[in-house]
Design a protein around this ligand. Structure first.
Ligand SMILES: Cc1cc2nc3c(=O)[nH]c(=O)nc-3n(C[C@H](O)[C@H](O)[C@H](O)COP(=O)(O)OP(=O)(O)OC[C@H]3O[C@@H](n4cnc5c(N)ncnc54)[C@H](O)[C@@H]3O)c2cc1C
Ligand SMILES: NC(=O)c1ccc[n+]([C@@H]2O[C@H](COP(=O)([O-])OP(=O)(O)OC[C@H]3O[C@@H](n4cnc5c(N)ncnc54)[C@H](O)[C@@H]3O)[C@@H](O)[C@H]2O)c1
Length: 499
């Protein structure tokens, strides 16, 4: 069997690479270990199940609205894991079918079995026993990652879990210790705290989610504490041992001992390259199982690409898809313009999202920036949906008013961030938000409120020219709408509303 492209792994990176090449009329194979795993970590143990479970938790506990309608929601203690899992099967089965259908429609051959290199253009499919070979001019590796499982941690899938096993919990524990407060640990920790579980989050780093805006993290910490979460930051975990069938002790280097009914061990992930025999193709994985590649995702071996979590940062489904498309485009000499910045969406409770620069980066680069903030408590939609603690913060250049970063926490943060992302990618200024009418009442109104707040601050720091008084009616601006794109950027010099 000879192909123009063989793709190993059917997660987001592999899927998009395979479909992109098939659309170019190429003969494409995609190889996945087991048929039921088509869709990868993303569909079966990662993104999709965790987000589906989060939605079930927010819905059943009435988290957003329980202050207003306490009688309408289930007692948290009565919610079961089976209820939380009910939607998982349905969502992943439907997504799985959609993917199979896409591969069929586009003529992508799906091979089932573990792939390993025989040489740089030949892959063995299947183990040492029953197997067959395929040849391909180009190979895109998208094998993803597995949870890190140090040998001294007593994983048993009953009381001590890694993040792939966690969804198989048979009951909702009364208490839970999360070791590793990275994205996975915080997302699951806050979901279970929302269910009333007593959660302790432990991390070796002194600050949570260091890549996020500090003001946003302060809001997150406020929520975590009000859900009863105990934070143990700057604490390394030395050991974990089971005390009995229902309690586990986590020993910290500082001498503290934290006891819980369940432990989620989520200290990062390892590249899933062990089975691939990458050396036969002339590649070497690093000690975390990851592969190096250039800006086109090509490895040091021409014609072999690596995409998705296997290349490390940012390890997101969204980025993996783009990397897959970019690698396929490069392999077949197609033009591809990669995005200059990607958004982050953290499905914590409440959710967080950001795109562009943060304050620390702008300060380090000596960029004269200003901030514009909208608090959800002053947005009508915030009151309606019951979120009065969220905020949207815009970072913009103090002189040009160009939008440089968007940081948001609260209901729909992961959606509304894209409004700012579009303006940023088009090189727009925050005046766009001042001059554009949004649906009302919506969360999008935050952009207008934040932009006005930012413009007011700039005015107060005397950077903007003082308005010259209008002397005659002829000078007054016409009420006729003018397409914003046709107007040179101006700054609002009308009297500032106090926000
Ligand atoms: C709990 C959790 C929550 C997450 N939430 C989000 C989120 O909200 N948003 C987001 O953007 N990202 C999220 N992520 C990250 C996201 O899931 C990953 O970035 C994404 O799945 C990576 O895609 P990938 O293409 O590298 O392949 P993966 O999805 O990792 O899939 C790789 C596939 O390759 C197969 N494979 C590996 N080796 C072989 C071989 N030798 N032969 C055949 N098949 C092989 C595996 O069986 C697997 O099916 C989350 C991850 C986790 C764990
Ligand atoms: N919403 C999302 O986009 C989303 C959600 C989940 C996961 N992901 C992706 O999955 C990847 C993996 O997530 P993760 O949370 O497993 O890894 P991570 O690297 O983000 O976090 C691991 C954490 O464990 C801590 N740690 C390591 N060893 C420790 C020890 N002995 N004691 C205490 N703390 C320790 C580290 O300091 C770190 O904060 C992330 O890079 C992320 O991109 C994304």
């Amino acid at each position: 069997m000879r192909y123009d492209l063989a793709v190993v792994g059917s997660g987001p990176g592999g899927q998009k690479a395979a479909i992109a090449a098939a659309k170019l009329g190429k003969r494409v194979a995609i190889i996945e270990r087991e048929r039921k795993l088509v869709g990868g970590v993303c569909l079966h143990t990662g993104t999709i199940p965790s987000k589906t479970m989060r939605e079930a938790i927010l819905h059943l506990t009435g988290f957003r609205q329980r202050g207003a309608y306490p009688d309408l929601y289930r007692n948290k203690r009565q919610i079961t894991m089976d209820e939380l899992r009910r939607k998982l099967g349905q969502v992943s089965r439907t997504e799985w079918e959609v993917l199979q259908d896409q591969f069929d429609r586009n003529g992508v051959d799906v091979h089932t079995g573990e792939a390993s290199f025989v040489d740089r253009q030949t892959l063995r499919i299947g183990g040492p026993g029953e197997h067959y070979l395929i040849n391909a001019d180009n190979v895109i590796l998208a094998p993803g990652t597995k949870p890190a499982r140090p040998a001294h941690i007593p994983f048993d899938g009953a009381t001590v879990f890694d993040s792939d096993e966690f969804l198989d919990l048979d009951h909702i524990p009364r208490s839970m210790v999360v070791v590793g407060a990275g994205v996975i640990g915080i997302e699951y920790g806050l979901m279970f705290a929302t269910l009333g579980v007593k959660v302790t989050l432990i991390d070796g780093r002194p600050n949570l989610l260091e890549f996020c805006d500090r003001e946003i993290i302060d809001v997150l910490v406020y929520h975590a504490r009000s859900l009863g979460v105990t934070l143990r930051l700057g604490e390394a975990v030395e050991n974990i041992h089971k005390l009995d069938d229902t309690s586990v002790a986590v020993e910290l280097a500082s001498g503290k001992r934290v006891v819980g009914e369940t432990v989620l061990f989520s200290v990062g992930r390892q590249g899933d390259t062990a089975a691939l025999n990458v050396e036969a193709a002339g590649l070497t994985a690093d000690k975390r199982g990851r592969l190096e590649c250039d800006e086109n995702f090509q490895t040091n071996v021409p014609g072999i690409y690596a995409v998705g979590d296997i290349v490390g940062f940012p390890a997101l489904a969204s980025a993996s898809m783009e990397q897959g498309r970019q690698a396929a485009s490069h392999a077949f000499n197609q033009r591809f313009t990669p995005s200059d910045s990607i958004p982050y969406g953290l499905f914590t409770v409440p959710e967080i999202s950001m795109v562009g620069k943060n304050e620390e980066e702008l300060t380090k680069d000596c960029v004269p920036y200003e901030t514009g903030v909208a608090r959800f408590s002053e947005i009508a939609r915030g009151q309606i949906v019951g979120d009065t603690t969220g905020l949207l913060k815009l970072l913009f250049h103090r002189e040009t008013l160009q939008l440089l970063g968007v940081h948001c926490i609260g209901d729909t943060a992961t959606e509304i961030v894209h409004i700012g992302q579009a303006v940023m990618r088009l090189g727009g200024t925050i005046e766009y938000f001042r001059d554009t009418v949004f649906n009302y009442p919506t969360m999008a109104e935050c952009y207008k409120v934040a932009a006005l707040d930012g413009l007011n601050k700039v005015r107060l720091t005397h950077t903007l020219p003082t308005p010259a008084p209008l002397t005659s009616d002829a000078e007054k601006p016409s009420a006729a709408p003018i397409a914003p794109a046709l107007v040179a950027p101006t700054v609002d010099v009308s009297p500032a509303p106090v926000i």
